[in-house]
Each structure stands twice: as structure tokens, then as C-alpha cells.
Design a protein around this ligand. Structure first.
Ligand SMILES: [Zn+2]
Length: 119
């Protein structure tokens, strides 16, 4: 059973571990689950965390976290929307805004604990 993500999903960037990031889905405008848009691997993360590695490198001057995504791993490689793979709970990415890429992982699916089956 795969746990798909919706527009209410929360992500964590290890460069700013205390902050939850939400996202913008740029391709899927129609396919919903429980009334919420399902996420594809075309999402962009939105957040205003403090990038700890960059802040450290700038001798403590706070640098906002603006995640730069490398590419999603562990997506659902079967289901597609508009040619894009769907994100699931185990999907992960790397933030390349930092001197050394750090992991970005899913904190919450955004489906209120209710999941739907992909297979
Ligand atoms: Zn980041």
C-alpha cells in the first residue's frame, strides 16, 4: 500500500530541521484525494526556515532557507498524472542550496491519516 501525498503535505529540509515546508503543485490541477490536490514530482517547496549550514558559513548572519531540489527519489513509478510520477510518503529529495546537499523528507502526507491505494 502506497501513501500518496496531497497539497497539505509537510516536508522537512535538514538544513532547517525545525521548520515544516509546504509545497506548490505545478502540473496537477485536477486530480484530488479527499478534496485535495495530489502531488506529483513537479512540486516546489515553499518555506521560510533558517538555513543552518549557510547561516553558520555566514558567521551567524541568518540566511533564509530557499530549498533547491535535486530530483525526487522513491516516487510511485506506476501512477502518473500529466506524465509526472506521484509523490508518496517514502519519497525524498536533496536540498542543494547548502554547501553540501542535505536530505529533504516527508513529515506528513496531508491526507489526515486517510490514504488511498496505489496498487
Ligand atoms: Zn533546504
Amino acid at each position: 500500500m502506497k501513501k500518496y501525498l496531497t497539497i497539505d503535505a509537510k516536508f522537512k529540509c535538514n538544513a532547517s530541521p525545525k521548520v515544516d515546508f509546504t509545497c506548490l503543485e505545478s502540473v496537477n490541477k485536477k486530480v484530488k484525494y479527499n478534496g485535495k490536490i495530489v502531488l506529483t514530482d513537479s512540486v516546489r517547496l515553499i518555506g521560510r526556515g533558517k538555513c543552518e549550514p549557510l547561516t553558520l558559513a555566514a558567521q551567524g548572519t541568518p540566511i533564509p532557507c530557499c530549498c533547491s531540489l535535486q530530483g525526487w527519489l522513491s516516487t510511485d513509478n506506476v501512477a502518473k498524472i500529466c506524465g509526472k510520477f506521484l509523490l508518496i510518503e517514502s519519497s525524498r529529495n536533496f536540498c542543494t542550496a547548502t554547501p553540501v546537499p542535505v536530505p529533504i523528507t516527508v513529515k506528513q502526507s496531508g491526507t489526515n491519516g486517510k490514504f488511498f491505494h496505489g496498487d
